[in-house]
Design a protein around this ligand. Structure first.
Ligand SMILES: [Zn+2]
Length: 380
């Protein structure tokens, strides 16, 4: 039995706009785990959001690993199952330039990326970036993305354990201190990008952590015609939706064209004996989200207590689950194998030469073995 049958959800074709490949694994296992997730959770299509630099993991091959899975999943019989939004590398020194960011986007698109994934608005990352999200260094890149109509999925902010959810002020201690931006500052910088490039086809992940600010979300939707939100938990937004139930339900109906379904799952189970229904990075997030969109009666969530779902009409669900992403990204673009092989060779040389890091260090051998395998695969 799959996730839809087990929970009695509506049988809608679904695109998951927001998945990751995070765990270091053999390439075969990575490809299979994405395929297994598609089958169990009934996703017709998935968008892999590459992440080359996390705080706890540097994976300079992550773009290539996503391209590999896309190549494996998109067969002749079934060519449209998988997309890749590629991610940009920061050096965090004078090697980062406006031309460099622009060139990275052009190169990744030429390899066959379907869009761009950005993560610079997480508070720790924004601190490390040491410049605002709307800094002029990004202007040529955003101007190009706007002109070409290339879709972007951008993570700005973070869940409620780092912030006072209502005020957006920092919670001091474990995560954040006064060297980090506040959530309202990040919101201002995020809108700063749109003020300069108002036609960007930009989707804010996790509803931009605006769960407690329905009026702000609505104002942004009105101001920027191509801007969207995705529904990936950030589960605290469901508490926000529960706090302002009429406001949010109306937004989901009035702006049903502007919301994308996403789960934020990654390759972390299947092929072992974990139950996907109760897995923290699998069924828990997916069930939270589907229940919030579809169900009628309040339910008890293991992490967020009693939640009030929105019971959206069928026409809104069809758009949110499927149609909007197709309008956002089209069908998957073809991959340029030769250019991908060339990138993997270059990244491998940079890793060996010490100009790009891998960490944790213990994963180095596996990543390099992955790289060799991908070069062999893509240069065939
Ligand atoms: Zn994510």
């Amino acid at each position: 039995m799959n996730n839809i049958e087990k929970n009695g959800y509506g049988k809608f074709p679904t695109v998951d706009c927001h998945l990751h490949i995070l765990r270091p694994e053999e390439m075969e296992i990575i490809a299979r785990s994405v395929e297994n997730a598609m089958e169990y959770f009934c996703f017709e299509r998935v968008n892999l959001c590459a992440l080359v630099q996390m705080m706890t993991r540097y994976d300079p091959f992550n773009n290539a690993r996503c391209f590999y899975v896309k190549s494996r999943l998109n067969t002749v019989e079934n060519p449209n199952r998988c997309y890749v939004f590629a991610n940009l590398w920061h050096h965090y020194d004078e090697r980062d330039t406006a031309e460099g960011y622009l060139q990275q986007v052009k190169d990744l698109m030429a390899m066959g990326a379907d869009g761009i994934k950005l993560l610079d608005g997480k508070p720790e990352y924004r601190k490390k970036l040491a410049r605002p999200l709307d800094d002029p260094i990004f202007d040529p890149m955003f101007a190009y993305l706007e002109k070409e109509g290339i879709p972007i999925l951008y993570h700005v902010g973070d869940p409620g354990d780092k912030w006072d959810a209502e005020a957006g002020t920092r919670k001091y201690g474990e995560f954040l201190d006064d060297t980090h931006p506040t959530l309202p500052q990040l919101w201002d910088e995020a809108e700063g990008i749109l003020k300069k490039f108002p036609k960007l086809r930009l989707c804010w992940a996790h509803f931009l952590f605006l769960g407690f600010k329905p009026e702000k979300a609505k104002a942004l939707l009105d101001r920027y015609e191509n801007m969207m939100f995705d529904t990936t938990p950030g589960g605290e937004m469901f508490v926000g939706f529960t706090t302002y139930p009429q406001e949010w339900r109306q937004i989901f109906i009035d702006y049903a064209d502007r919301i994308l379904y996403g789960s934020d799952t990654y390759n972390t189970w299947l092929d072992n004996n974990e139950d996907p229904e109760t897995h923290q990075i699998g069924g828990i997030r997916i069930n939270q989200c589907r229940r919030m969109l579809e169900w009628n009666e309040p339910f008890e969530d293991p992490f967020f207590g009693k939640l009030q779902p929105m019971h959206l009409p069928q026409a809104a669900l069809e758009k949110i689950y499927y149609k909007n992403f197709l309008r956002f990204a089209g069908d998957p673009r073809p991959l340029n194998h030769e250019r991908i092989a060339q990138m993997v060779r270059e990244v491998r040389a940079e890793v060996k030469g010490g100009t790009k890091d891998i960490y944790p260090e213990k994963d180095r051998d596996l990543y390099l073995a992955n790289a060799n395998q991908m070069i062999y695969y893509f240069q065939k």
